[in-house]
Design a protein around this ligand. Structure first.
Ligand code: NAP
Length: 304
């Protein structure tokens, strides 16, 4: 079978695209390689999705998934291994087979950025984590650290402070990048200690994390901070190497596509965090999904 639209990625962008594609009456398949919801599942609570006062990231991911599958959209848990995006029809191959489609929506999201300091790779999964929501409960009653100054680090610090005796929030500058409302909440939380102007030079421990080697970038002072775990929340990075040479990428590695989500290759759209854009939020990812699906379905501007 040749699908009308093949969607790569089951986060808010991909699932919103599936919703709009299905309602536009075209055939659609979603491929997701790991877990539905994308970065959303790493978010303890979502409080800025219009119409929903508060919801956990996992519940929002489930709701997106259930809405799409409830409509009868075909979703498969398979990892794309190769792509022929300039072919007609376009072909995406997984370990289980090849899928053909007239159009493809790349909604593959981003990956978590690493710190790149000594000890990080060696102790990953042994005290070094990239997901507070997933791993936070393992550190109940212990002292932990979180690195970063964006909304993820701020939200994670608040989340961890509910489980841990103390949370050290380590940020390389003297002002947070994340939203004011979260920053104020973090400052008020008694068991969060903020270390401004501080970088992690080394993650220490034999079999498990036992401490962090910190350096104050203004004073040059070096300290050893004993912690049982460290959560890295230093942002996101594009994961588009597999598409290089097929669709144009910007200098940072994001897929070049404007508000219409059209890439440099006809019939190939990019939606959500994977494309060049100013604001990476759940709501803008979902909006991209709608735009890309309606464009791909050839019914842009028609609301069904
Ligand atoms: P982000 O906003 O890019 O913040 C990354 C943070 O990590 C920055 O504070 C940055 O420092 C720091 N950083 C980067 N590289 C570093 C390094 N090598 N060493 C130490 N620190 C480093 O990333 P994010 O917090 O993951 O958020 C990603 C996107 O999702 C953002 O658009 C964010 O608003 C959104 N998001 C929104 C919500 C929400 O609205 N509730 C929740 C989570 C995420 P500098 O500040 O110095 O650059």
């Amino acid at each position: 079978m040749v699908y009308d639209i093949l969607i790569l990625g089951g986060g808010p962008a991909g699932l919103a695209a599936a919703l709009y594609a299905k309602r536009a009456g075209v055939s659609v398949l979603v491929l997701e390689k790991t877990i539905y919801g994308g970065q959303v599942v790493n978010t303890p609570t979502v409080e800025n999705y219009p119409g929903i006062q508060t919801i956990t990231g996992v519940d929002l991911a489930m709701a997106l998934h259930d809405q799409v599958t409830g409509l009868g959209v075909e979703v498969r848990m398979e990892e794309p291994l190769s792509y022929r995006l300039d072919a007609d029809p376009k072909v995406v191959t997984t370990a289980k087979g090849s899928y053909e489609a007239r159009t493809v929506i790349l909604a593959n999201g981003v990956k978590r950025r690493q710190l790149g300091c000594p000890g990080e790779e060696r102790l990953a999964g042994r005290g070094v984590s990239y997901c507070a929501t997933c791993d936070g409960a393992f550190f109940a009653g212990k002292e932990t650290a979180i690195v970063g100054g964006g909304n993820t680090a701020l939200e994670d610090a608040l989340f961890l402070s509910n489980h841990c005796t103390r949370v050290h929030l380590i940020h390389r500058r003297d002002a947070f990048r994340g939203s004011d409302i979260l920053a104020r909440a973090v400052e008020k939380r008694e068991n969060i200690t903020i270390h401004y102007d501080t970088v992690v030079e080394e993650i220490r421990g034999e079999d498990r994390v036992t401490s962090l080697g910190l350096k104050n970038v203004k004073t040059g002072e070096e300290t050893d901070l004993p912690v049982a775990g460290v959560f890295v929340a230093v942002g996101l990075a594009p994961d588009n190497g597999a598409f290089a040479g097929q669709v144009e990428l910007d200098q940072a590695g994001y897929i070049k596509a404007g508000e219409d989500c059209r890439t440099s290759l006809p019939g190939v759209y990019a939606a959500g965090d994977t494309r060049t854009k100013a604001v990476r939020q759940i709501v803008t990812a979902a909006a991209d999904g709608a735009v890309a699906a309606l464009g791909a379905a050839g019914v842009a501007g028609t609301v069904k």
